[in-house]
Design a binder for this molecule. Structure first.
Ligand SMILES: N[C@@H](CCC(=O)N[C@@H](CS)C(=O)NCC(=O)O)C(=O)O
Length: 359
């Protein structure tokens, strides 16, 4: 499945989050709405509404409208309540989001962030209706943990997309304690970096859209180069031409192991811009809980700080959750202070003292 989307669009992120949470494989095709790439003849053939998100399934069928897409992708999953009435309440929120929330909160944000308008220039009616939407959510979320009862559903996915960015549209959430509590819980449930896209337009505009796929033998060279391009790795790796055979022997062994996924992140042109290894370790402790272990996260030097590492780590967290892991662990060298800060943003907390015995 291909997702045509723009990372700056909450509507598109809804689709990404559902796929990541349910571990549905996809290729992300970046479409820059500001460059009007949704209005090209080619794109209009795909979706005559000229909008993203649009998904194209492997059999050629195409589906648009964010809430229709997530509803289709999440069918049969825990993101849609099994009870028919609760599912209808979820739909109630989905329709409401498109008519009474997104046109105010997302549009004000668009005008401020992308058109550079000051808050004072916003349409007062849009602001009023945006706050009315927040008030309605606050009322519900003071009563229930999520929008439909105690469990995360597509209603939360859909409403989270722009509510977490409401401040970028000039909305103050200070008086909306339940909404703020819910944003944190929903972000954690979806494995999102708290406030991932809150740091302003620069982060959003320069983000690289990646698709994450299993590494192939032909990627070994690119992976080893990324491992070596780092103060610790430069002393550990050997970039001889050709590479030492030990790298390929290790790759074959990793590739055969069903509990290990060595993946690469590819940019829109198919270039490998990042890598990560996820191991799922079965164990007896904690009542037989499996745990995920994230290792060897690297991003190509020219692509750092552009969201690649974040997309890979979110993918790994979602995979570990989908495979039934009860926790995810990683080791980061105690000298890598920036890396530690990066992982804390996903909710990782320093918990162990790592010990190493080298042979
Ligand atoms: N109701 C649609 C709205 C989609 C939409 O407005 N997409 C915007 C990005 S958020 C877009 O593609 N704009 C470009 C354009 O209209 O040319 C949905 O929920 O998917």
């Amino acid at each position: 499945m291909k997702i045509y989307g723009d990372f700056s669009s909450g509507n598109c992120l809804k689709v990404k989050w559902v796929c990541d949470t349910l571990a549905l494989p996809y290729a992300w095709v970046g479409v820059d709405t500001l460059k009007r790439e949704t209005r090209t003849t080619q794109f209009l053939k795909l979706n005559s509404a000229g909008q993203v998100p649009t998904v194209e399934f492997d059999d050629g069928r195409v589906l648009a409208e964010s809430n229709a897409i997530i509803r289709y992708l999440a069918r049969g999953s825990d993101l849609i309540p099994a009870d028919a009435f609760a599912a209808a309440k979820m739909d109630e929120w989905l329709f409401w989001e498109q008519y009474s929330h997104e046109p105010y909160i997302a549009v004000c944000r668009f005008q401020m962030v992308y058109l550079g308008r000051p808050a004072s220039d916003l349409d007062p009616d849009k602001i009023k209706r945006g706050y009315a939407a927040l008030a309605r959510m606050e009322h519900q979320l003071a009563l229930t943990r999520f929008l439909v009862g105690d469990t995360l559903s597509l209603a939360d996915v859909s409403l989270l997309a722009y509510t977490r960015l409401a401040h970028e549209g000039g909305f103050h959430l200070d008086g909306y304690a339940a909404v703020r509590r819910w944003i944190g819980e929903a972000e954690r449930s979806l494995g999102l970096t708290p406030g991932a896209l809150k740091s302003g337009t620069e982060t959003i505009m320069t983000a690289i859209s990646t698709s994450i796929r299993r590494a192939r033998r032909g990627d070994v060279d690119a992976i080893v180069r990324m491992l070596a391009d780092d103060p610790l790795g430069s002393g550990r790796e050997c970039l001889a031409d050709p590479l030492p055979a030990s790298y390929f022997v290790a790759f074959e062994s990793l590739d055969r192991d069903p509990n290990i996924q060595l993946v690469v992140a590819e940019d829109g042109e198919g270039a490998v811009v990042g890598c990560l290894q996820l191991c799922v370790l079965p164990g007896l402790s904690s009542q037989g809980a499996s745990r995920g272990l994230i290792e060897d996260v690297r991003v190509a030097a020219h692509c750092r700080s552009r969201g690649v590492g974040e997309q890979m780590v979110q993918w790994a967290i979602a995979q570990a959750r989908a495979k039934g892991c009860k926790l995810v662990e990683l080791l980061t060298h105690n000298t890598r202070v920036d890396a530690q800060r990066f992982y804390v943003r996903f909710g990782f907390a320093p918990s162990h003292v790592g010990m190493t015995l080298r042979f």
